[in-house]
Design a protein around this ligand. Structure first.
Ligand code: FES
Length: 178
């Protein structure tokens, strides 16, 4: 196990001893205090490529890390709802599981989700194939089961005209490379 992962597990274990549940972390992140980094180049798709709920696309994005080294992140863009005035209905998450960095994927079939993660789903979830952490794409990618200590790292998505743009990523996603 890489030392960075051991370190993270020790930290989250200590927080657990103090009574702080790992599930609080994504909620805290959603409170608006999350720091985002610009992507080196924004990723764009036509809006017409994601019209149906749960349609999705995988993408890759470069981000500049401290010390001048660029990191390549893989992401999953998906439509989770119809667009409204205040919400594009689109979400984008880094596909690397915060637990041990396996690649997560969207699972539509409820029986598969139940068998893999033990969660009885009301809608598709993002599930990690390694230790079956499950993440809720309708709730900012929050972790709802399994050993992941937080939700998925998020990208910022905007729409302009008939284009979808992925412009930024949570700064803390760079901890995946520690
Ligand atoms: S790597 Fe994803 S749950 Fe362990």
């Amino acid at each position: 196990m890489p030392p960075s992962i051991r370190r993270r597990e020790v930290i989250w274990g200590l927080l657990g001893l103090l009574g702080w549940s790992g599930r609080l972390a994504p909620g805290a992140l959603a409170s608006g205090d999350t720091e985002y980094l610009d992507l080196k180049q924004r990723i764009s798709f036509s809006l017409s490529t994601l019209t149906e709920i749960w349609e999705n696309r995988v993408f890759e994005a470069w981000v500049a890390a401290r010390g001048g080294s660029d990191k390549l992140l893989k992401g999953l863009l998906l439509r989770v709802a119809e667009p409204t005035q205040d919400d594009t209905g689109l979400r984008a998450f880094c596909v690397y599981c915060p637990h041990e960095v396996c690649e997560v994927g969207l699972v539509i079939d409820s029986k598969t989700i139940r068998l893999d993660s033990g969660v009885v789903p009301e809608h598709p979830l993002i599930v990690c194939p390694c230790h079956f952490s499950a993440f809720n794409p309708l709730d900012d990618g929050v972790n709802i089961s399994g050993p992941a200590f937080r939700g998925l790292f998020r990208f910022r998505v905007i729409t302009r005209g008939d284009r979808i743009h992925i412009t930024q990523v949570e700064k803390s996603a760079l901890t995946l490379f520690n």
